[in-house]
Design a binder for this molecule. Sequence first.
Ligand code: NDP
Length: 328
Amino acid sequence: NRQILLKARPKDRPGPEHFELAETPLPEIGKNEVLVRHRFLSLDPYMRGRMDDSASYAAPVPLGGVMEGECVGEVVESRHPGFAPGDWVGGARGWQLYSAAPGHTVQKLPAVEGVPPSAYLGVLGMPGTTAWVGVTEIGQPKPGETFVVAAASGAVGGIAGQIARRMGCRVIGIAGGAEKCRYVTEELGFDACLDHRGDLGRQLDEACPNGIDVYFENVGGAVLQAVFPRMRDFGRIAFCGMVADYNVRPLPPGPSLASVVRKRLRLQGFIVTDHPRAWPSWREHGAAWVRDGSLRWKEDMAEGLENAPAAFTGLLEGKNFGKLVVKL
Ligand code: NDP
């Protein structure tokens, strides 16, 4: 077998010194296992995270361990009743030529005309599914809305934009360089594609004169900085990835938005006056709890209208203790 191992953890950009090529004996398969000859290995941005040992949603690759990654390949030996040599399967793992896998961890690839096996690593695999979830469940675009997607020529972004277009949106891609932008508009059919190497803010103003309803975030950094102030009221951002930050150490000052992805945080702004039904509902619940003493509350009572300005100034400096009210 040939394997790529993680030799050292990179501080910022990974280089050849962090990987090691190893020749090892072929794995032996046990009962209900299959031996898979990997034919295609998926390389994805998340792998950069697996090279670090900081806390994340998935365990790091151990030093000396085989690099993590999904493969499709052919079964060459089977001790599982559901598989025979020659079957194409997905779900095999690791940067390596062969792996032994329990039968329940691999899936036969459906033989569909026009769908090559490698498609199950991309458009019909994890990245395509990511686009589907991010658009339909998180971004939830409506017909006529303006949908912007970063890394638009890539595995996730290219599919996300096409899904949004099918949902009736005006879709604007962001990509690096004229060739990728041309591909995004001419081949993928996006309404426009902006080059983030140029003045992205100006291009966004021209392409989205009324602002952005849904942003599918794949990149972070300067791209997010340009998009963010152009979001419309009640816009939605699907935080899918922040690839621009993956090699940057130390992280720039300010809250690290990468943890929005990592911790699946939900950030949503709101204004109470948009929620008319909440007022009577809260008054009913709250009043009962005030009456029975189970809800505690405190007033800070100032005296006299003439003291309102000073009380108010104090409020902004933390001088109040409890709900500030003026007794007139
Ligand atoms: P891509 O095929 O889109 O490749 C990455 C692209 O990111 C590059 O081609 C480049 O495109 C862009 N990019 C890289 N560095 C920078 C930078 N510094 N500034 C601007 N753009 C940059 O990768 P994927 O489609 O596989 O992944 C896209 C994103 O989705 C990643 O952030 C990834 O982590 C995330 N992801 C999240 C998942 C989830 O479950 N949340 C699952 C899968 C992916 P260009 O040249 O156009 O700028």
